[in-house]
Design a protein around this ligand. Structure first.
Ligand code: HEC
Ligand code: HEC
Ligand code: HEC
Ligand code: HEC
Ligand code: HEC
Ligand code: HEC
Ligand SMILES: [Ca+2]
Length: 408
């Protein structure tokens, strides 16, 4: 047991207001008695609450150093059962710790009120997941998501998830994908896109209805604005990737020299920089796609020429190509060339005062574009649904668009 941890245990004891000097020798009997009382097997560790109870009930003959080593050792020791230091190192580089796109925005302090705290603060999420709602106007001392946002190691003595219950999304659809359910609580759109209505151009908001992380909806193949009688489907991932988000985003890299703590595991990241170049975590895919490789900055899986540039490129490049057909640097996107453009030629938002009404389909197309842009997997979450929705959305703005390659 490390000295620092012992010190922390000491502090903890002080904090509980109890200072008891252990009587050596009688420890084993004391713990065993307690275990029997708690209905627990000999040999299994006690969790923190049980140890505190042990202290409070003033069991005779307990050697607290040993009790602590046994109880806290699985996580705080030189030979922990759980890889806490490694998980912690990796976590330090995650978007959850560093903020959106890792730029250090610390959204827990910014997005801390009006319901935002439910997803953006450790405290708000804990309240939400334990009680089903968030009552405070804002969190007085908010913190970024941390170990205790997703786990409750001190109460449970392990790293089981705080919640892996199915999640009802704002579309009304239920997300039920194993451990990925935890993620779906936060990474979901914040409105029902099918309810979008025709809107005067000056009243259309640049941000759209969906908010930044609609990944759960896209993965499920739900909640895009759908056009007329078109039917929508999903790629295999929706049904075959058992723990959804967790399976891909937390896969541990299989390489001795090739990886960094900011890739895989508790970084939640599919890729990152290694020796100056972007490296993808192929082990997220190779359990199923045994021959998956990296091509440029993308995974090398190829399907069809969906963006219509005459070349069959990798899926993510095709989806990027489709997104560019809405808006691009050359100013040729359908949202830039339509009558009463949504974006200007230079890509900036057209803050028009025009009150001409944009049809529900155009408003839907705009929100679909944002949804699949903000999804940020470039089709990997759900290729078929992504391509279908993007093609239909282009068609809604440009009726001459050739959508003959739309996946069936
Ligand atoms: C199942 C794993 C687990 C067990 C068992 C465990 N801890 Fe922890 N503990 C953690 C994790 C995870 C953290 C947070 C690590 C971090 O962020 O640095 C933590 C943090 C702490 C901290 C620092 C709190 C803070 O906010 O910085 C103290 C003190 C602590 N534990 C004491 C104990 C004591 C005492 C025991 C035994 C009675 C114990 N822990 C048992 C997992 C565990
Ligand atoms: C409590 C809500 C919450 C939960 C639960 C949650 N996330 Fe997040 N996640 C966020 C927020 C909020 C951000 C953006 C960070 C910020 O703005 O502070 C984020 C960021 C990320 C990022 C990084 C994006 C970037 O720009 O760097 C990834 C990847 C991610 N989450 C994946 C996951 C996965 C996988 C799970 C489930 C294991 C999960 N998240 C669970 C709220 C959550
Ligand atoms: C249902 C959960 C949820 C709620 C509620 C929520 N957010 Fe977020 N927010 C997220 C997630 C998840 C991300 C990260 C998305 C990603 O990584 O793809 C995010 C990202 C962000 C970002 C970073 C985007 C950027 O461009 O920098 C900001 C800012 C933000 N949210 C603000 C807010 C505000 C303000 C509110 C309240 C009005 C709010 N959020 C409510 C889940 C939520
Ligand atoms: C956004 C949610 C989230 C946060 C925050 C989070 N974890 Fe986890 N953690 C998970 C999920 C999901 C798993 C399950 C992975 C699995 O079973 O494959 C997990 C598993 C673990 C495990 C077990 C790994 C194993 O292979 O046995 C440890 C240890 C762990 N987490 C430690 C931590 C520590 C330490 C922190 C804080 C630094 C932390 N976690 C923060 C989601 C999270
Ligand atoms: C089949 C594997 C797979 C599954 C399952 C998966 N993702 Fe992803 N996700 C990806 C890939 C690949 C990317 C693109 C990563 C990149 O470009 O670095 C991505 C991107 C993201 C991003 C943006 C990250 C960034 O740094 O820009 C977030 C956030 C995210 N996914 C969250 C989720 C959530 C939440 C789920 C579950 C609902 C999920 N993912 C399920 C593979 C997956
Ligand atoms: C649990 C198994 C599993 C994992 C993990 C997995 N996939 Fe897949 N994926 C499949 C199956 C099955 C298919 C359908 C067969 C096919 O098209 O190859 C598929 C299809 C695809 C498709 C084509 C979808 C379409 O409709 O055309 C892409 C793109 C893809 N996967 C990328 C990835 C990437 C990138 C990763 C890792 C980040 C990954 N997959 C991880 C099982 C998986
Ligand atoms: Ca192409």
């Amino acid at each position: 047991m490390k000295k620092t941890t012992l010190k922390k245990v000491g502090v903890l004891l002080l904090l509980t207001g109890i200072l008891i000097l252990p009587a050596a020798g009688l420890f084993a009997a004391g713990v065993q008695e307690f275990r029997a009382g708690a209905g627990q097997q000999a040999g299994s560790g006690l969790n923190e609450q049980q140890v505190l109870q042990l202290i409070k009930t003033n069991q005779k003959g307990v050697d607290f150093a040993q009790a602590a080593a046994e109880t806290c050792g699985p996580c705080h020791s030189a030979t922990p059962k759980y890889p806490v230091p490694g998980a912690k190192l990796s976590y330090e580089f995650s978007g959850h710790n560093l903020g959106f796109e890792k730029e250090g925005a610390r959204n827990s302090w910014y997005a801390n009120g009006g319901g935002c705290q439910q997803c953006h603060t450790n405290e708000g999420f804990n309240e939400y997941i334990r009680t089903g709602k968030v009552t405070s106007e804002y969190i007085e001392y908010p913190s970024q998501q941390g170990c205790f946002t997703c786990h409750d190691p001190h109460a449970r003595g392990d790293f089981s998830l705080l919640s892996a219950k199915p999640v009802k999304l704002s579309s009304g659809d239920v997300f039920d994908k194993g451990l990925g359910n935890l993620c779906a609580n936060c990474h979901t759109a914040r409105g029902k896109l099918q309810d979008l209505k025709a809107t005067p151009a000056d009243k259309l908001g640049a941000r759209g209805l969906g908010h930044h992380g609609p990944e759960a909806d896209v993965f499920l193949g739900k909640n895009a604005y759908q056009f007329g009688k078109n039917s929508y489907g999903s790629s295999a991932h929706t049904s075959v990737v058992g723990d959804a988000c967790v399976t891909c985003h937390m896969a541990l890299p299989e390489a001795r020299y090739g990886m960094m703590p900011w890739i895989g595991g508790h970084s939640f990241s599919l890729g990152g920089e290694v020796h100056g170049s972007e490296v993808l975590n192929l082990s997220a895919c190779t359990s199923c796609h045994t021959d998956m490789k990296q091509e440029g900055e993308y995974f090398n899986i190829k399907k069809e020429d969906w963006d219509g540039d005459g070349k069959v490129e990798v899926v993510q490049a095709e989806v990027k190509g489709l997104l560019d057909r809405f808006k691009n640097d050359a100013g040729t996107g359908v949202f830039q060339t339509m009558a009463l453009p949504i974006y200007n030629k230079d890509g900036s938002w057209n803050a028009t005062k025009d009150t001409t009404v944009r049809s529900a389909d155009v408003v839907g197309a705009f929100n679909n574009y944002l949804m699949l842009l903000e999804d940020r997997s470039l089709g990997i979450h759900n290729t078929k649904y992504t391509v279908q929705v993007l093609m239909d959305s282009i068609k809604a703005v440009d009726s001459k668009y050739d959508d003959s390659k739309r996946p069936k």
